[in-house]
Design a protein around this ligand. Structure first.
Ligand code: SF4
Ligand code: SF4
Length: 206
C-alpha cells in the first residue's frame, strides 16, 4: 500500500502556492473575529458550582482551629495517598489530637473523596484555583497553610461562611439515617442544581 503524505497539486496550485493563500485568508478572518482568549489576571474566570480547587481545613467559628478529629478516614480513602496526618491521644479525655496535617497537593487528583468522607466536614476543596509557584514546597500544604487557605477562601467569597455548604460534603446514594449529624446538611437553594445530590431535601434514592 502506498502512503500519500501530501495531496497532489496541479501546476496552477503549485505556482500560486494555494495553501499559503488559504492560510493567510484564515489569519485575516481570525483578525476580525471575537477573541476567545481571556486577559488573565485582569479578567478572571467565573467559577462553576462544585469547582474543586485548593484544599482547606475549615476553621471552626468558635475555637478558631481546625475541626479535624483525626479519624483518618480521608487518609484511608485518598486514592493518591497524598494526605498525611499525625496525632496523639489526650491522656484525660482519650480524644485524638492532631499534631500535623499535610496534603501533597501536586499528587492530588481532585476526586473529592476526602471531603465527602469526612464525618465533621473539616475539609473542603475551595474555589481557589491559582497554583503557580516557584517550588514544590509551596504546593505542599501543612495545617497552617490549609487553615490559611480557608481564610483566603472566606476573603475571596467576601461574606460570612458560617453556613457554608460544599456540594461534595454530602455522600451520594447513602440514606439520611446512616449519615453523621454533620452530613445531614440543610442546603441553601443555590446548591439545588439539576443532577446534584446534596442536602437533606435531595432524594437519595434517585
Ligand atoms: S481530592 Fe482525592 S486525591 Fe485529592 S486529597 Fe482528596 S481524596 Fe486524595
Ligand atoms: S476525615 Fe475529616 S476529621 Fe477525619 S482525619 Fe480527615 S479531615 Fe480529619
Amino acid at each position: 500500500m502506498q502512503i500519500q503524505y501530501k495531496p497532489k497539486r496541479n501546476l496552477l496550485q503549485t505556482i500560486f502556492h494555494v495553501e499559503i493563500m488559504q492560510g493567510m485568508a484564515l489569519t485575516l478572518k481570525k483578525l476580525f473575529s471575537k477573541p476567545i482568549t481571556r486577559q488573565y489576571p485582569d479578567e478572571r474566570p467565573e467559577i462553576e458550582l462544585g469547582f474543586r480547587g485548593q484544599h482547606a481545613l475549615v476553621r471552626d467559628e468558635i475555637t478558631g482551629e481546625s475541626k479535624c478529629v483525626a479519624c483518618m478516614r480521608c487518609v484511608t480513602v485518598c486514592p493518591s495517598r497524598c494526605i498525611y496526618i499525625r496525632f496523639h491521644k489526650d491522656e484525660d479525655s482519650g480524644a485524638r489530637v492532631v499534631d500535623s496535617y499535610d496534603i501533597e497537593a501536586l499528587r492530588c487528583v481532585y476526586c473529592g473523596f476526602c471531603e465527602e468522607v469526612c464525618p465533621v466536614n473539616a475539609l473542603a476543596l475551595t474555589e481557589i484555583y491559582e497554583y503557580a509557584a516557584y517550588d514544590r514546597e509551596s504546593i505542599f500544604f501543612d495545617q497552617e497553610k490549609l487553615l490559611g487557605n480557608w481564610d483566603r477562601f472566606v476573603e475571596m467569597k467576601g461574606k460570612a461562611m458560617d453556613n457554608y455548604v460544599n456540594p461534595f460534603w454530602r455522600p451520594r446514594g447513602i440514606p439520611e439515617g446512616r449519615l453523621t449529624a454533620a452530613k445531614r446538611l440543610d442546603v441553601p437553594d443555590e446548591w439545588t442544581v439539576e443532577g446534584q445530590v446534596v442536602g437533606s431535601q435531595a432524594n437519595v434514592n434517585d
